[in-house]
Design a protein around this ligand. Structure first.
Ligand code: GAL
Length: 720
């Protein structure tokens, strides 16, 4: 009582409450700490996602010391807003704050984290504005709030800063800058409290792993999800889909699942959620036939319910005040709304054989989504519903498949912090190829997956370049909903596109294992170079370019940091450096250690910037010394449940190598009950100097899908 009175008095007098002592931090898992500032909302990102942490993975990562000086972390609640401050040191770089498209380094940026369709500017409005950042100093920070969060990522300078900027005379001092040094990340959250989480390293990748594991670990897609997918023209009928599937087969193009766009629905925008009986008179028969050919069906939906939908009357009491395209907007936080909405999905889609969804338009734009003045029957604010809608639809749709012990893998246009484990890949309508690669990099700092989908192209060259990056991404997809483009639409490059698609399928054992690591260990399968050990973050001749201040038009111009935002890591060993239309040559920054050409096995360089001229048919890919890349035969469909496949293990470089190959049934959740194995592949040098490859024996009672195993030593023997 006395304490409470004191508290109120303190608040009253200073209008703020500072929580800064380390003892306020609770260690909630090894290397993960939480603090509660003020009185947070009951409904936040983690409660919307509702996924337990992967404690097993966190335990394996082990204990680590508290990564910051807790006295320098400040949380203050003033009236109805929370302000956070976290320290930065000189040269420290920060990455993250969601799915950005143009920037990788976030220090010095000002953002308002807000779920939206990306609008061509990295201002915080994006499909997954995840309030997580990772520091080059080896720690991560997550703010668990479903509010719009203002971020000043090292821009403000305070009087009480322990490391304040110097006042300089612009008249005489060339070192004067329009952006004086800032020693903190500051945030403003428009509510009277938040939970903050801190993730230890020691490396930045460890901090990312801890965040990913704490939010459930990455999804383990079914094997077929990592194969090829074609989204057909929006008004295709079942007959046209069958024909297209046949053409894939006839032309020798891999295909695992087909996406139907809005025309499968009797009415769309708003949606009835029932099949169009003209275009799809017998959905069940259609899907059964396709399944026999190894092809699955994914359905486009958005969640806005048409007055003509059979669920309209039942869902109405659980919808918001505002409509979207004249459809009602379910409040997915209410169990009764979930039952009605997903009930029709179970009856009309899953029971008939649908394998997954593309859940569209849960992000924005503001122009047609519900406004922030909307009200929802749960009483949760429109802002919070906006920030979590993508999480809720991912969670609830994925649960339908979990109930059937069947894995799914689909697409979604919005996600947020806490969504790591959902089997969904983000996409959008923006179409800048370079920026798509930057988004792929940023997805790895945000616990989300992103596909640089190919839709259409102005030239054969652009088509091939786009298809090359599609193949080195979490979902190898053509989205022909509007264009009707096929992989073979540009005959000049048909052979090269086919070769890439086939390579994707050959690499299935590698992709599948790397996703298993995302799930079990938290390592993002696609990630930025800053997470790679031996990569010089923010240093070297490539990283800083001076832009001349033009006093006339821009008196506050600054020297800018040249970022490495067009190359990335794919899995443990591969560095991918995409080519873009019009380019014949490019530079690649190789981290420390020796690197080899993926295709030829030749040594290319170590810890240096190289220039490559790969030709049109190749996307430059480089491999770490000692890498083992497990491949399988060229094939048109991913191996099914229990199907045996041949393994070809490629070894690169001069170091011996070891790789744990993941295996399970590829389709169900039985792996969660222990039905999986890690087979040890190893390559060692023998006395006579030749390489020897070995694979460990299958474990008794565990899945074993390997048929023959062969070895290829890619790098010609060097003088010993
Ligand atoms: C867009 C979506 C496209 C396509 C289209 C169908 O919003 O991003 O990929 O699905 O809707 O209407």
């Amino acid at each position: 009582m006395y304490q409470n009175a004191f508290f109120t008095l303190a608040l009253f007098l200073f209008l703020s409450l500072a929580v800064s002592a380390q003892h306020g931090w609770e260690e909630v898992a090894p290397g993960v700490w939480k603090i509660v500032v003020g009185t947070p909302d009951d409904f936040d990102l983690l409660s919307a996602a509702a996924v337990p942490p992967r404690l097993e993975g966190l335990r394996k990562l082990g204990a680590a010391p508290f990564p910051l000086d807790s006295a320098q972390i400040v949380g203050e609640v003033t009236e109805n807003q929370t302000q956070l401050r976290l320290p930065l040191v000189r040269e420290e770089q920060i990455f993250g704050f969601g799915l950005n498209f143009k920037t990788v380094h976030q220090r010095g940026r000002i953002l308002r984290l807000h779920v939206d369709h990306y609008g061509n500017s990295d201002n915080g409005r994006t499909h997954a504005p995840v309030p997580f950042y990772v520091s080059s100093e080896g720690y991560g920070v997550f703010v668990n709030s479903a509010r719009y969060i203002d971020v000043y990522a090292g821009t403000g300078s305070r009087q009480d800063s322990p490391d304040p900027p110097e006042a300089r005379d612009r008249n005489t001092d060339n070192a004067w800058t329009a952006r004086p040094y800032s020693d903190a990340v500051e945030m403003r959250i428009p509510v009277g409290g938040v939970e903050v989480y801190l993730f230890a390293g020691p490396t930045p990748l460890d901090a990312v792993r801890r965040y990913n594991l704490y939010t459930g670990g990455g999804p383990l897609p079914p094997r077929w999800g990592l194969g090829f997918t074609q989204r057909v023209h929006r008004l295709f009928s079942d007959e046209q889909v069958r024909q297209e599937v046949q053409e894939f087969e006839d032309r020798g193009f891999p295909l695992d699942f087909v996406g139907l766009e809005p025309g499968w629905l009797s009415k769309s925008y708003p949606n009835t959620f029932v099949w169009d009986s003209g275009r799809f008179p017998d959905p069940e028969g259609f899907m059964t036939d396709l399944k026999k050919k190894g092809i699955r069906i994914n359905l486009w939906v958005n969640p806005f319910v048409s007055p003509e939908s059979p669920i309209y009357n039942d869902i109405l009491p659980y919808t918001g005040t505002h409509t979207v395209w004249a459809g009602v907007v379910p409040d997915f936080t209410i169990p009764a709304a979930q039952q009605v909405f997903w009930g029709i999905f179970e009856r009309e889609h899953l029971a008939k054989g649908v394998s997954g969804y593309k859940i569209d338009e849960v992000d924005g734009y503001d122009e047609w989504l519900w406004p922030d003045v909307a009200r929802f029957p749960s009483g949760i604010s429109a802002e919070q519903i906006r920030q979590t809608y993508g999480l809720l639809v991912q969670k609830q749709s994925a649960d339908l498949y979990r109930k059937k012990n069947e894995r799914t893998y689909g697409l979604v246009r919005a996600s947020n912090g806490g969504g790591t484990s959902f089997p969904y890949v983000i996409y959008n309508d923006y179409y800048n190829h370079r920026d798509f690669i930057t988004a792929l990099i940023n997805s790895g700092y945000a616990g989300v997956l992103w596909t640089p989908e190919a839709r259409a192209s102005k030239s054969a060259e652009e088509w091939l370049r786009r298809m090359q990056t599609v193949v080195f991404s979490p979902m190898a997809m053509i989205n022909a909903w509007a264009s009707g483009t096929k992989p073979w639409s540009f005959p000049e490059v048909e052979a090269e596109v086919r070769q890439m698609a086939v390579l994707r399928m050959q690499m299935m054992p590698y992709w599948y294992t790397e996703f298993a690591k995302y799930h079990h260990e938290g390592t993002p399968p696609f990630r930025g170079m800053s997470l790679e050990e031996g990569f010089a973050v923010g240093s070297g001749p490539l990283t800083i370019a001076d832009s001349e201040a033009d006093l006339e038009t821009n008196p506050y111009a600054e020297a800018v940091r040249k970022e490495v935002k067009d190359q990335y890591m794919a899995g443990e060993y591969l560095l991918v450096a995409p080519m873009f239309e019009g380019e014949t040559t490019r530079q690649v920054v190789l981290p420390a250690g020796r690197w080899y050409d993926f295709y030829s096995g030749e040594f290319v360089g170590e810890g240096e910037v190289i220039t490559v001229t790969p030709g049109l048919d190749k996307i430059p890919v480089f491999v770490k010394d000692g890498a083992l890349i497990p491949l399988t035969d060229a094939r048109l469909h991913a191996p099914g449940n229990g199907e045996k496949y041949n393994l070809e293990v490629r070894h690169y470089g001069e170091k011996p190598g070891e790789y744990l190959l993941y295996d399970d049934d590829g389709e169900t959740f039985d792996y969660e009950r222990g039905a999986y194995s890690w087979r040890r592949l190893s390559v060692t040098r023998q006395k006579n100097g030749s390489w020897k490859g070995e694979v460990s024996n299958p474990e008794k009672g565990k899945p074993n899908n390997l048929s023959t195993v062969s070895w290829r030593f890619m790098t010609a023997r060097q003088a010993l």
